[in-house]
Write a protein that binds this ligand. Sequence first.
Ligand code: PLP
Length: 390
Amino acid sequence: MNDQEKLKELFLLDKNICFLNFGSFGACPKPIFEEYLRWAYELEKEPVQFLVNNAPKLIETARIALSEYVNCHHDDLVIVTNPSYAINMVVKSLALKAGDEILATNLEYGACDRVWEYYTQKVGAKYVRQQITLPFYSKADFVENFFEGLTDKTKFVYLSHITSATALILPIKEICAIARSKGLITIIDGAHAPGHIPLDLIDLQADIYTGACHKWMMTAKGSSFLYVRKDLQHLFDPLVISWGYKSTTPSHSQFIDYHQLQGTRDFSAFLTIPKAIEFMQENKWTQVAKNCREITHANASRFCELFDTKPLAPINDEFMGQMFSTKIKCSQPDVLQQHLFQKYNIEVLISKNESDLFVRYSINAFNSQADLDKLFVALSEIKEKGVLLS
Ligand SMILES: Cc1ncc(COP(=O)(O)O)c(C=O)c1O
């Protein structure tokens, strides 16, 4: 068995499926999933002792491990179920006023776009989805295009660290530095970043940042975090008000008290964070990720040629990680995705950004060149028939 085959053995994924959609929900390796079950059993063995006495310390241990991994102070991040939850917390807490503008891009994740739309419409604020010209060719190119959307009403800047449908790494550090110099608050949707690209929150200097642990860090599902710069933490309302508000036993941090306690809940997925970090270290994930990026990038051009498209940004580590997306012309995207699954046993994402459709493949430790060859043959065949793809 070669290294890729050995790593494949560590995942629970169905061996009959060519799994090229890690980006949507991640996939939890066996040792991490066993850790998840171990915590679930621990809870059920003595729910009272576990939830009342043990959980707070265990969560703190998980937060400390996570904060070391993403480089920030452990009291500046709270655990949340998923980035959608975090963005709801953020937008609801910002005290948006009529006329305020939020500068975002037209490449943001649809569910989070909806959160902004919901709350801005309520108060008469404006969610500005700045149109990004694709392809862009440099960080400076992107930054200039993005800030064309700035006005004297802009109060907040919001964008993804790695975009969903288009799979692009955006120049967040540069954007945050400019935004700060203009007195704007930055909110970064880093759902895809932890475990995917090196992440250093102190270096990045975003004011607010959410990341998923259940995607590329491979924890059990329902494990994510929200980081907030210390001097903004007092602005954050709990999305679920519980015992942490007017706590009779307050900790040193109102931020933690407010957001950690939400009534009875299962913390097992959060408690897999230390194991996930250990798993990545033991399996030399920096090297694994590098190999995956190489496969991802090396195949990009032939998929572009197949669909007569251009890469959406330069194909290098600055703009592309372990996912690659290219535009397709397809009449029935849902049918295409199902057809690839049912006829070819390929799980790959066909997704929409505004009116454009994209095929996005993700590469992780268990994938090999053969998987992308299989996808290429399948898409070529479908295109040849000229019904679903043209
Ligand atoms: C860029 C981006 N942001 C946010 C999310 C939301 O993640 P979740 O469904 O875990 O809240 C996703 C999900 O794929 C995403 O791609």
